[in-house]
Design a protein around this ligand. Structure first.
Ligand code: UD1
Ligand code: MG
Length: 451
């Protein structure tokens, strides 16, 4: 069995935040999910996560196939592993919820390690805050935490990444013997080194090639630095692959986003979640896209889109809002101050100004006039609006759902549509206009007589 156990029970005191550390996001993805996804990418049979502090805020982030263990009080990394004792069998790789950049290749490498304990180490120019690897005759003899280190040990630049591979029997042997006699009074998993060596077990180290991949997040400043570094790496890789990023400093693309070569990302653009931006699409400026697919030659300008599929040759924005469940076919135009939610817009639909389309299905080439509102909510439930193809909805129409408008129908401006409209009918749902001839002149005359 190959198992990954992720420790994520700590509060992260140094974050100075009421929220647990691991829910803080890096490019739209919580820290903990970075580690979970690495474990999933590796050849892992089973993943476990140890939660504790603020567990109720962390639960929603955890996929259903990941086992959850609770550490009642956060008294150290060894105690956290102990909370998952039932999970330990076969080869176990320990990862941290606050060390997000480790690669799945390294995890696979650790799965194959032969020693009873293998420590992943790194050389850091500023090793402050990390446990140091202490060696004798070239062999690791112990790990000493910053707090417990002498000045000589503090000078050591080889640090403990906190990532290890254990065979489960050796791990349990060490867990049963770790004590909390250190400055913090915590049960340190790092003490496993001395305990295993004393018991005649084999402890080895492997040095990671890219030290940035084991950087932990302990403070808000470290989080900001990490976000910046990851953002730069992702932007550089995208530019190398033929994506135009006009201003990389203000462009943020999440790790699970695909941007095809030829796409253009304009300043102040954020693309997160599982989004895909096709070739020749242009996104931004000032646009946020989360979990969306954007087609070829589509422009999204100064807009906010989430959970939506947008076809080819569309124009979205400026100032449009697409909410989850929106499906937009090719050649659609969505303009300023238009909000679309859970709706299907067929080819060639135009809705250019000041509109709300919710729970609606709209046929090909239909024109939605300015100020149209689908009144989808009756205070109890959401109701659907069906509009056929080639319909002309006049400006300022309220469509009171559930309601159907047939193909080719025309709705007069200012109508409140409460009944279905047959195909090719003209629907007028407004008060008839009344003109009173010369009413203004008479009114003026009457009021001057009174004076
Ligand atoms: C730990 C290591 C240190 C290493 C560093 C690498 C120990 C004693 N120290 O220090 O050698 O250089 O990681 O980043 O292991 N956690 C729990 N329960 C607890 C305590 C911590 O689940 O009771 C979890 C935290 O949520 C976090 C991880 O373990 O994800 C590491 O804890 P943290 O307090 O950040 O340890 P460090 O001081 O960074
Ligand atoms: Mg840490």
């Amino acid at each position: 069995m190959k198992k990954v156990l992720i420790l994520a029970a700590g509060l992260g005191k140094r974050m100075n935040s009421p929220r647990p550390k691991v829910v803080h996001e890096v490019l739209g993805k919580p820290l903990l999910n970075w580690t979970i996804d690495v474990a999933k990418e590796a050849k892992t049979d089973e993943i476990g996560v140890v939660l504790g502090h603020g567990a109720e805020l962390v639960y929603p982030l955890i996929p259903s196939d990941v086992k959850i263990f609770i550490q009642e009080s956060q008294v150290g990394t060894a105690n956290a592993v102990k909370a998952a004792k039932n999970f330990l069998n076969g080869k176990v790789v320990i990862l941290y919820g606050d060390v997000p950049l480790i690669s799945s290749e390294v995890v696979n490498f650790l799965f194959e390690s032969k020693a009873n304990m293998t420590i992943l180490t790194a050389i850091l120019e500023t090793p402050f805050g990390y446990g140091r690897i202490v060696r004798k005759d070239g062999k690791v003899i112990k790990i000493v935490e910053e707090n417990d280190a002498t000045d000589d040990i503090r000078k050591i630049k080889e640090i403990n990444s906190g990532i290890y591979a254990f065979d489960s029997e050796s791990l349990v042997y060490a867990l049963d013997r770790i004590k909390n006699n250190n400055k913090k009074g915590e049960y340190y998993l790092t003490d496993a080194v001395e305990i295993l060596l004393a018991g005649g077990y084999v402890v080895e180290t492997v040095q990671v090639k890219n030290p940035n991949s084991v950087l932990g997040v302990n403070t808000q400043k470290e989080l900001a630095t990490l976000i910046k570094n990851v953002k730069d790496d992702i932007n550089n890789a995208l530019m190398d692959a033929g994506v135009t990023i006009e201003e990389p400093q203000t462009t943020f693309v999440g790790p699970d986003v695909i941007v095809e070569s030829g796409a253009v990302l304009k300043p102040f653009t954020f693309i997160y979640g599982k989004s895909r931006i096709s070739s020749n699409a242009s996104i931004g400026p000032a646009t946020t896209i989360v979990d969306c697919t954007v087609g070829n030659n589509t422009f999204v300008i100064r807009s906010d889109c989430s959970g939506s599929v947008i076809g080819n040759n569309c124009s979205i924005g400026p100032f449009s809002r697409l909410r989850p469940g929106t499906f937009i076919e090719d050649n659609v135009k969505i303009g300023n101050y238009v909000e679309v939610k859970n709706s299907h817009l067929s080819k060639g639909v135009k809705s250019q100004h000041l509109t709300y389309l919710g729970d609606a299905t709209i046929g090909e080439d239909t024109n939605i006039g300015a100020g149209t509102i689908t009144c989808n909510y009756d205070g109890i439930r959401k109701n659907k609006t069906f509009i056929g193809k080639n319909v002309f909805v006049g400006s300022n129409t309220a469509l009171v759902a559930p309601v159907k408008v047939g193909d080719g129908a025309l709705i007069g401006a200012g109508s409140t549509i409460t009944d279905d409209v047959p195909a090719y009918a003209l629907a007028l749902g407004r008060a008839k206009q009344l003109n009173k001839e010369e009413w203004v002149l008479k009114k003026r005359r009457d009021s001057s007589d009174e004076k």
